[in-house]
Write a protein that binds this ligand. Sequence first.
Ligand SMILES: NC(=O)c1ccc[n+]([C@@H]2O[C@H](COP(=O)([O-])OP(=O)(O)OC[C@H]3O[C@@H](n4cnc5c(N)ncnc54)[C@H](O)[C@@H]3O)[C@@H](O)[C@H]2O)c1
Length: 264
Amino acid sequence: MDLGLAGRRAIVTGAGKGIGRAVVETLVNEGATVLAADLDPDCCAELDAMSNVRAAQVDMSAADAGNRLATLTHEVLGGLDILVNNVGAAPLRPGFLEVDDDAWRRTLDLNLMSVIRTVRAAIPLLSGSDAAAVVNVASTSGRYPEPMLVDYAASKAAVLSLTGALATEFGPAGIRVNAVSPGPTRTPLWDQPGGFADALAERHGLPREEAVAHHVRDVRKVALGRPATAQQVADAIVYLVSPRASHVTGTVLAVHGGMATHLM
Ligand SMILES: NC(=O)c1ccc[n+]([C@@H]2O[C@H](COP(=O)([O-])OP(=O)(O)OC[C@H]3O[C@@H](n4cnc5c(N)ncnc54)[C@H](O)[C@@H]3O)[C@@H](O)[C@H]2O)c1
């Protein structure tokens, strides 16, 4: 199926690994050109080596990140059709009382303020497109709060609310705004040393892979019994930013394999 993305210009944040990287690769395979933002210089070098991708080494939690990306987009792409606000981090917490103001601020700056600032800076560019689309990457945690991810879950709940407000305000201008809510997704967030998989192993007192399987099947109750791949989430994101979804706005597309706590 042709998604109608040939020649489209896109920004993807947190583009170096995991879901963001899969989104960049899929958009490029569909004929789009991408400005790919990431903090990690090695990731940026890899992205820069891809055709039709220009890397921007930007800390998306910084106050000026959105404006920097918009300026670069204007210079490099000459306009903008697609914005994928993907960047996010999920720090694991012992409990609410252990999360101080600085920690809350860091989480909110990266997971929520980066979306606010990037959309604000991108609106003038998106207004010039005849097929403008934004996808904000939220999380099932936004509707399934738990102490281990207390600040993360709150930030993602806010992203869901923001998505609805933006869709309502900018729909008349032809800018579609949707969210994708992944459930457990096997990315470097899980597999890096000290990542989610290691934390689950410690929490459940099981070997790593058994702990992941137990968490996905028995704790999060994923009907399909396994985590998503980054590509499975990227496919949902790329569908929503494509003209194939041209009458879809203000929705949340959940990619969680049938989590019992989130059905219907
Ligand atoms: N993996 C999951 O299980 C899962 C589940 C639900 C939602 N999500 C959401 O999906 C999105 C992507 O998650 P992922 O699992 O692919 O993450 P990941 O940790 O695998 O990759 C994140 C990327 O963002 C970059 N990054 C981190 N901090 C940055 C910063 N300050 N500025 C710029 N770039 C930065 C990293 O270098 C990396 O390339 C996040 O918003 C996350 O909350 C993930």
